[in-house]
Design a protein around this ligand. Structure first.
Ligand code: ARG
Length: 474
């Protein structure tokens, strides 16, 4: 390998120490931005040429040279998985390799540009397309949840608060509660993607660009909607990364809560859900085991995502303005969180789409005490004030416990003795039905069939409109 090509060092007499090199080198991480680096460099050269700072021939050599460099790197990465170049970062690698193909012209590429605006631009370009990928994965998960919710509308399951049996709910209502969470995640991500679209290139190291260039044209040529309004802000801000890490943490928290529910529901004690072979693992010792490792890893990943977001905020806190080398870690953290979240989204979609739901088992977990609220509502419909009704039903529960029966089998005369408004035996019997219970909750957002189907429809319409708008934007 030829000597290390360095973009700086003219006024240095000695080489940097090996240990500083090791700490400073970022190629193993920022190699992932080679396409963006080349794309940015091509746009920069084209703008230098357009504004009269680069000859036509030099621009041509640079454009062609960069295409070759891109192919080379692509090929080497596909064979070796990494670059063996001795340079400190991807910017230096691209420039050294460009020299081999474009000769002297390569020395003009970095005119009025700094690695500060270059690196910020690369990362933003990468985020613009990568965040769209995350968005598609979240959309896919929403579709998976929607499909199951549609198919499993007849299943009635226990709903829990404090993990104690609360009220019967439609299983689809439970699934939809997560689908809506992820819908909000998509909306929040969308806002970030829009904010992200402002191009730092042309900000130089700190002060801007001393050559007259058209930053707007330059930005548009790379697909940005606008340009950053202040060069110091442009090179020193990593707020877009903080936003994404925070977003990923919240999305991770949502995934983790869903994972926890499905882990609990797949335990033998619940048995509502059985995970597929594809998305469970076994035990090396206990042959009967089917463990929800994927979901447990998703649950754990939420903690790691939160850690990443916190550690990056710690890096930023107290930094003096503009570029400081501390910022170089932004990519390591960003890529790590991004990769982790993408895997978690895929594992969750796969788990949800392949799991088996045992409707009969879900129904068998319902117990009559979960209808106590419905008894109170029956009294309210007969003009008994709710607080009094609540206490009266409490007396019913106590009486049933004293007699060693559940509320379904408490004799009718006991009910009437506690409160005549409980009505006839026939009327009481109607309350003791899971179906009748959930069907009372017809108001918007409730668990009655009609209300759940309407939510499903609403979210499906949103998805259709959304996909339509996205297709048009591309
Ligand atoms: N590798 C650096 C980073 O990603 C590029 C910027 C270097 N700038 C500098 N002034 N040393 O942050």
């Amino acid at each position: 390998m030829d000597e290390r090509y360095q973009l700086w060092g003219g006024c240095f007499e000695e080489e940097p120490s090996a240990v500083l090199r090791r700490l400073n080198d970022s190629l193993s991480v920022d190699v992932r931005l080679f396409r963006e680096d080349i794309r940015g460099s091509k746009a920069w050269a084209a703008e230098l040429y357009r504004s009269g700072h680069l000859s036509e021939d030099d621009n041509k050599s640079i454009q062609q040279g960069l295409d070759i460099v891109e192919q080379e790197i692509e090929q080497e990465l596909s064979i070796n998985g990494r670059l063996r170049d001795p340079e400190e970062d991807i910017h230096s690698v691209v420039e050294r390799r460009l020299r081999e193909h474009a000769g002297e012209a390569a020395l003009r590429l970095h005119t009025a540009r700094s690695r500060n605006d270059q690196s910020a631009t690369n990362t933003k370009l990468w985020m613009m397309s990568s965040l769209e990928r995350v968005r598609s994965e979240v959309i896919h998960l929403i579709s998976v949840l929607l499909k199951r919710a549609q198919e499993e509308i007849n299943i009635i399951a226990p709903g829990y608060t404090h993990l104690q049996r609360a009220q019967p709910i439609r299983w689809s209502h439970f699934l939809m509660s997560y689908a809506w969470m992820f819908r909000d995640d998509v909306c929040r991500l969308e806002e970030q993607i829009n904010r992200l679209s402002s191009c730092p290139l042309g900000s130089g190291a700190i002060a801007g660009c001393a050559l007259p260039i058209d930053r707007k044209k330059l930005a548009e040529s790379m697909g940005f909607k606008q340009v950053t309004p202040n060069s110091m802000f442009a090179v020193g801000s990593r707020d877009h990364i903080v936003e994404f890490l925070n977003w990923a943490s919240l999305c991770g928290i949502h995934l983790s809560r869903l994972a926890e529910d499905l882990i609990i529901y797949s335990s033998q004690e619940f048995g509502i859900v059985e995970h597929s072979d594809q998305f469970s693992t076994g035990s090396s010792l206990m042959p009967q085991k089917r463990n929800p490792d994927g979901l447990e890893l998703v649950r754990g990943a939420a903690g790691l995502l939160l850690g990443d977001s916190f550690s990056f905020c710690c890096i930023l806190k107290g930094l003096p303005s503009t570029y400081n080398k501390d910022l170089q870690s932004d990519k390591e953290i960003l890529f790590r969180s991004y990769d982790r979240l993408l895997d978690c989204l895929k594992v969750t979609s796969g788990t949800v789409s392949t799991m088996k739901v045992n409707g009969k088992k879900a129904e068998s977990l319902l117990e009559p005490g979960m209808l106590a609220t419905d008894l109170a509502h029956a009294l309210v419909r007969r003009a008994v004030p709710f607080r009094r009704a609540h206490h009266l039903v409490g007396s019913v529960l106590r009486r049933a416990a004293a007699l060693g029966v559940d509320i379904r089998h408490l004799p009718h005369r006991e009910y009437v003795e506690i409160c005549p408004e409980f009505g006839s035996e026939e009327e009481l019997r109607k309350i003791f039905s899971w179906e009748a219970s959930v069907e009372q909750y017809t108001s918007e957002g409730g668990t009655a069939r009609e209300a759940v189907l309407s939510q499903i429809q609403q979210l499906q319409n949103w998805l259709l409109n959304y996909k339509d708008t996205c297709d048009k934007m591309q």
